[in-house]
Ligand binder design. Structure first.
Ligand code: BEZ
Length: 236
């Protein structure tokens, strides 16, 4: 393959709205069948480039620290790298026994970490991005809903650790948008006003613009908002 061809190779990537591709895998917590085993729960499926590397270690400690928060949001964590099971086990043991980072110490990673030496799963999910690395997964994050549908994706390069406040905001935002049938503006945080869907007739739009739709206010005919109290939003 020429360098130019390598740069323009299009690998198959799951897209937002697609069913999460099925796989069977061995993990540090036993075998899993994905996404079937997680039916009824949200899942954050994420990849990291390699065990025994510093950015990944800082991320794993942070994921483990926040796991209970994610679980309260009916969300399970599932990690993956193209390392083998014994590497995963040794790395997680080292984290627990030897690594201190920020306020974290003796951190036990209890969520499953998938071994993917064959790169089958990583390839299926577009986690191998050859112009970044052909031997390591990038830092991909898939947000998968209780029906097994991919609802959002974030990709980070090897050199940049993830923003965990944003990962939590994405889960809370998706759940809030679903539950209240609303959309959420830039940088939305729980307690801030939300965007109401477009009115379904000219008359309804005119009523909204005239302030006749209880609690709804409009910046223009296409941009209407309403308050949504923090108490109405599930937060961990
Ligand atoms: C890291 O996690 O520190 C890392 C992993 C792969 C390449 C570069 C950094």
């Amino acid at each position: 393959m020429t360098q130019q061809e390598e740069k323009t190779t299009i690998t198959s990537m799951p897209r937002i709205g697609d069913p999460a591709p099925h796989f069977e895998a061995v993990t540090t917590q036993g075998n899993i069948s994905f996404p079937e085993d997680y039916k009824g729960k949200w899942v954050i499926l994420f990849s990291h480039p390699a065990d025994f590397t510093p950015v990944c270690t800082s991320e794993f400690m942070t994921f483990a620290k926040l796991e209970a928060d994610f679980n309260r949001l009916n969300t399970q964590l599932v990690g993956l790298s193209v390392d083998g099971l014994y590497s995963h086990i040794a790395w997680l043991r080292t984290i627990k026994e030897r690594i201190e980072f920020r306020d974290m110490k003796n951190v036990e990673v209890k969520f499953p970490l998938i071994e993917d030496i064959s790169m089958n799963v990583a390839t299926k999910y577009g986690m191998i991005q050859p112009n970044e690395s052909s031997t390591k997964a990038v830092r991909a994050v898939f947000f998968i809903d209780p029906k097994g549908i991919i609802r959002a994706m974030i990709y980070y390069p090897l050199s940049l650790g993830r923003n965990f406040k944003e990962l939590k905001r994405v889960i809370i935002g998706l759940q809030t948008a679903d539950k209240h049938a609303v959309a959420l503006p830039a940088d939305w945080q729980p307690g801030e006003d939300v965007i109401v869907p477009p009115a379904n007739s000219c008359g309804a739009a005119a009523d909204r613009m005239a302030g006749k739709d209880e609690g709804v206010y409009c910046k223009d005919w296409f941009f209407c908002m309403k308050p949504l109290a923090k108490e109405e939003v599930e937060m961990a």
